[in-house]
Design a protein around this ligand. Structure first.
Ligand SMILES: Cc1cc2nc3c(=O)[nH]c(=O)nc-3n(C[C@H](O)[C@H](O)[C@H](O)COP(=O)(O)OP(=O)(O)OC[C@H]3O[C@@H](n4cnc5c(N)ncnc54)[C@H](O)[C@@H]3O)c2cc1C
Length: 492
């Protein structure tokens, strides 16, 4: 079983999709299942109700943490259920410590609210990024400097810092505890309770066995739509070979490095860097260069990306883990031998959480779409604003309808599985956007529970007022000045 057998193709990036990915044939490392003809019948049984609450947030990643806090601040009694031992999801346990852009191309921070608050509470040494005075600056030297450090794109300095994942775990946890949220770790939501077309709770599995939590509103923040899919909501689950969109990998960090030496090499020795990449590809087959982290002595690897596999298939997931751990070792050895700044590198940590970009996306009452990018229209049910993918597009209005299932009641979705097309998913799945939709879903769930209305019937003006009071940036469609935008002709 060697990587020579693996078929690899690459698809070039374009305006709609930003990154390509290596494609792998599955079944390389996992033995075939032997399930014969058999099925088992699970006996019906009574299970204890663990707790009853106003708002149950399932999944404690970026969206779930923001949702739980926002819901608690409406006065609702909130539980967050998380299968692992920490909050932050991929942004901590997945070592996705590069928080993508929160500013527009003029340098104005448009993803605010929870994003601003949580980053503001991290100790200064836990956040590495440009000073606010630099956001939006179009200076070639500064842009070059920050591009190498995750925070400049299209020649413009932006706000896209790297953070210390342990600090983010701790800060997230303390913020929820202060707000009175009940955190339940080590608990996997297994089956939603659905009554008369509405989700009214969740059955979960833990070391205590199988128990239920009942809630007035459930917010699905599992990233994979586990709750809404099992409750019967419609969703999309596309897999496009060669696109980063759905690809997986386990992120990892190498310690003992000198990233300033590495960055000087990659930016000042163009030919040597190109030769290094060629040697890496030739030697390892699948090759990834590192990103900076919040410390000079830690390098971050968020690839090689593996496509053509499903994060809803446990054998594919196992295979990605096995391959990623091997990649970590081979990259460590290669970089130690060949990369300036890496002679003392060691394997610091492979992420405890598998890096999944996409599995399911909700079919909502509305969705974020590619056709929306050039319009710049402020939607009447705007719950926040996303930066656009390039300066040729204005910022993008995120509608409440993207969080509301087309038919299922009692549930809202937030995070990387919200209702959007595959192109828009490229940015709507990023951590700041997950904070944004999480905060909005949590606030809406709190309002719905407090008023005794269905999430789809929440008064938009009230929701927007709650979000603004919580520091979110939400525009008012009726007052919006014309955003006949700077969009040039859009191709593709
Ligand atoms: C390799 C990689 C690189 C990336 N790079 C960037 C980047 O540079 N910048 C950026 O901003 N974004 C990046 N992203 C995207 C970003 O990390 C994720 O899309 C984002 O973290 C999603 O947040 P979320 O809350 O929707 O879900 P997750 O972060 O996936 O969190 C979901 C949480 O729910 C829990 N959970 C899941 N199912 C259950 C269940 N059934 N019961 C209980 N708990 C459950 C999980 O344990 C997890 O803690 C990257 C993603 C990957 C995979």
């Amino acid at each position: 079983m060697d990587d020579q057998k693996v078929s690899v193709k690459e698809i070039r990036q374009n305006e709609n999709r930003f990154l390509s990915s290596d494609i792998f044939e599955s079944g390389q490392y996992v033995f075939p299942r032997r399930n014969g003809e058999g099925v088992l019948r699970e006996e019906a049984r009574d299970i204890p109700v663990y707790h009853r609450c106003d708002v149950l947030v399932v999944g404690g990643g970026p969206s779930g943490t923001a949702a739980a806090l926002a819901a608690a601040r409406t006065g609702a009694e909130v539980v967050v259920l998380e299968r692992y031992n920490h909050l932050g999801g991929l942004s901590t346990g997945g070592v996705v410590i590069w928080i993508d852009r929160m500013t527009d191309w003029e340098g104005r921070q448009v993803i605010r609210g929870f994003a601003e608050e949580v980053l503001g509470r991290l100790p200064p040494e836990a956040v590495a990024g440009p000073d606010p005075s630099l956001w939006g600056v179009r200076d070639a030297e500064l842009a070059k400097y920050w591009r190498l450090r995750t925070s400049a794109f299209h020649g413009i300095v932006t706000w896209a810092p790297t953070i210390d994942p342990e600090r983010l775990k701790l800060t997230s946890q303390e913020m929820l505890i202060e707000a009175g949220v009940r955190i339940v770790f080590h608990s996997l939501a297994a089956t939603p309770v659905v009554e008369d077309g509405a989700v009214t709770g969740v059955i979960f599995e833990s070391k205590e066995g199988r128990q239920g939590i009942m809630a007035k509103v459930v917010v699905d923040c599992t990233g994979d739509g586990d709750v809404f899919a099992r409750a019967g909501a419609s969703f999309e689950a596309d897999i496009e070979e060669g696109d980063v969109h759905h690809s997986m990998n386990t992120g990892f960090m190498l310690g003992g490095v000198d990233m300033e030496t590495w960055l000087a090499f990659r930016s000042e020795q163009e030919q040597a860097f190109a030769d290094f990449n060629t040697l890496g590809r030739d030697t390892l087959g699948f090759f990834q260069t590192p990103y900076v982290s919040w410390r000079n002595d830690i390098a971050l690897f968020l690839g090689p990306r593996q496509s053509g596999l499903s994060a809803l298939n446990v054998d594919d997931m196992t295979e990605v883990e096995i391959r990623s751990h091997r990649f970590m070792q081979s990259h460590c050895e290669f970089f130690r031998s060949h990369a300036p700044g890496f002679k003392d590198a060691y394997m610091l940590l492979s992420a405890p959480q598998l890096g999944v970009r996409h599995t399911r996306r909700l079919a909502g009452v509305d969705r974020v779409e590619r056709s929306q990018w050039p319009e710049g229209k402020v939607l009447p049910d705007e719950i926040g604003v996303s930066p656009s993918v390039s300066p040729k597009f204005p910022v993008i209005s995120v509608p409440y309808g993207a969080l509301v299932p087309a038919r299922l009641n009692g549930l809202l979705a937030a995070g990387r599985h919200i209702s959007c097309d595959a192109n828009s998913h490229g940015f709507m799945r990023e951590i700041p956007q997950c904070w944004l939709t999480g905060q909005a879903a949590g606030a809406a769930a709190g309002v719905a529970a407090n008023r005794g209305v269905a999430p789809r019937d929440v008064d938009i003006a009230e929701l927007q007022a709650v979000l603004r009071a919580q520091g979110a940036f939400v525009r008012d469609a009726s007052e919006a000045r014309s955003v006949e935008n700077k969009a040039e002709t859009v191709s593709g």
